[in-house]
Design a protein around this ligand. Sequence first.
Ligand code: GMT
Length: 375
Amino acid sequence: MKIGIVGYPTYGGSGVVATELGMYLARQGHKVHFISYSQPVRLDVLEPNIYYHEVNVQDYPLFEYQPYELALSSKMVNVALKYKLEVIHVHYAIPHAYAAYMAKQILKDKGFDLPIVTTLHGTDITLVGRNPSYKQAVNFSINHSDVVSSVSESLKQDTLAFFSIHKEIDVIPNFVDLALYKPDDSCKHNFAQEGEKIITHVSNFRKVKRISDVVEVFFRLQQKIPSVLLMLGDGPEKERARKQAQDLGIADRVKFLGKTSEVERILCISDLFILPSEKESFGLAALEAMGAGVPVISSNTGGLGEVNIHGTTGFTADVGDVEAMSKGAVHILEDSDRHLQFAKAARKQAEQFAIDKIIPGYMALYEKAIKLNNA
Ligand code: GMT
């Protein structure tokens, strides 16, 4: 199949899902055309069947805001015509689903049908999409996609609650490539002394991730269990977190590793993962930790409870309940047999989301979209 994939090229979960899905499909022999404003971070353009098309926005002194959607729609049209795309899959509704709708209309004018599959990822619905500045356009572009999917049941319910949707929404959960997580303790001593536990957090350090709760939970935990906190990723809340660690007197125990390409290796040496987000439609980072056999302490918001099973793969608690989160963390780490039990359950749960189990669901959506377009 000739497939177009539109997504954000950054470290965010929606971009990661789009990239890994496309690369998997390319390995299966499909021709996959990525369209984005820069090369997606996890994309290997040297692999066969992968094509990358950059969206170039022309600046002009009149524009206070560059018309990205226009450039994206035009690029979709050009790529669809040149490579005879059979379907286009857009990740994150804003502005991708809207731009895809425009591309579809332009192509229709030229006698070319392009089925659109839109995958909703989270804040495109729960935070940004609901904002009155965008709501009408997001609502319209969801209803005018040929097929719509969401990454969790919780996000589907939020979409139906916040918008007037008359489209069916298929739930296709996020996935993890378990082959990337191989037990290897060789770099553990780089971060922790003998007997110390490694606690990890990975995110884009936005407000919604409640980074200060990560530091607070760790502060309480390290009073009971010798441990270090590894903070992976970058974003607006990072410096505040660094200051918080200094004020709490634990700066030497909290290490900020930035945007590293070694996420999988670091997860494999971790003992516990913390994700206390305000909102989280799924929590891909938690699933990746579980893929490495790492129990998770998270909030119970959005789709997190569909991933992290309370009392089995880790613990969930109400948003902001750092006391419950730190108690759960101590409970898991204070007994090595109990930790092993949680670690095994985490890995077993991740196996439900193994890449080869989930991706056929997306292929079925593409076929459904093509069928609907031909009807
Ligand atoms: O909210 C974001 O930062 C955007 C988005 C992204 O691109 O990372 O994250 C969402 O999509 C991920 C992949 O489907 C989900 O795992 C995240 O839970 C979701 N983020 C939120 O809902 C806050």
